[in-house]
Write a new protein. Structure first.
Length: 289
């Protein structure tokens, strides 16, 4: 707006004396003349500049700096920080923590709701929310790419690689949770649901996996090597529990539909995949990648 007014002033400047004579000819007090001057100035300015609006818009696009679109869920990644790789890596670490927190709050937290055939709302919410995690994953990936193009120390290079691995595994965790949600949509059209002991078995296995998730995220936040090792040591327990539940399912002797059986097996497979990503993050934290 100021730009247009400046142009208007420049256009009127050579005709100032004539403009004053015209206002005096119209008559009225000083207040009336000032009001008339404003009105005439705005109308003439509009008529003169109106044909050039599109051209002015093109000029503004060239003059104003382009701002890269930022996903609304991104909290810490700033292009300005890229000038100092150490700060950029700190921001990346914070963003990974934010990503892990969002997965916990919007996906992991609703796991038990996914097993309820009559609760499609949370199921669809988990399925849709994975798109947000995917956007964060892409933003972190491209941010780390820009960091690696800088002149990094060996320690900074190692840290950036570690964050790339963690970013991939967090995205893999959200993928597994989305696949579980998609698998449980089959329950909505089934005449029967999972048996109570099957649902409880899945929930108990998930609790173990969820415990691992929270432990590894705490290990990441606190840079706690011992806690990361504890997650790795818990892995055989979870694998053994999954095998026991799978054996119990196939040897229960019940006449269960193949559709429900595939749901049960697919959920188990995704929980093991989810835990695999968690354990892989632990290995990354202790430098074994």
């Amino acid at each position: 707006m100021r730009f247009f007014k400046i142009i208007g002033v420049l256009l009127f400047l050579p005709f100032t004396q004539l403009f004053v004579y015209g206002l005096e000819a119209v008559g009225g007090g000083i207040e009336r003349q000032i009001a008339n001057a404003h009105t005439i100035f705005n109308i003439v300015n509009l008529l003169v500049l109106l044909p050039f609006c599109n051209k002015f818009a093109d000029w503004m696009v060239l003059l104003l700096p382009y701002k890269e679109k930022v996903t609304k869920h991104i909290k810490y990644l700033e292009n300005e920080s890229l000038e100092v790789p150490t700060i950029a890596l700190i921001q990346t670490r914070k963003e990974l923590g934010n990503m892990a927190k969002l997965i916990d709050e919007h996906m992991l937290h609703h796991f038990d709701d996914l097993l309820d055939a009559h609760n499609p709302v949370h199921r669809q919410a988990v399925i849709r929310y994975e798109d947000n995690i995917d956007e964060i994953y892409k933003s972190i990936y491209h941010y780390l790419q820009k960091i690696t193009q800088k002149d990094l120390t060996d320690e900074e290079s190692e840290e950036s690689l570690k964050y790339l691995y963690i970013n991939n595994h967090l995205e893999g965790i959200s993928d597994s949770l989305q696949h579980i949600a998609l698998t449980t949509t089959k329950l909505e059209g089934a005449q029967t649901n999972l048996k109570e002991w099957e649902a409880k078995g899945i929930s108990h296995l998930f609790e173990e996996v969820s415990t691992n998730y929270h432990m590894v995220i705490n290990a990441f936040d606190e840079n706690d090597r011992e806690k990361a090792i504890e997650v790795i040591n818990r892995n055989p327990i979870i694998l053994r529990k999954e095998k026991d539940l799978r054996f119990q399912h196939f040897n229960s002797g019940s006449n269960q539909s193949s559709r429900l059986s595939s749901v049960y097996v697919d959920i188990m497979n995704e929980l093991i995949m989810l835990n695999h990503h968690i354990v892989s993050i632990s290995y990354t934290l202790i430098g074994m990648v």
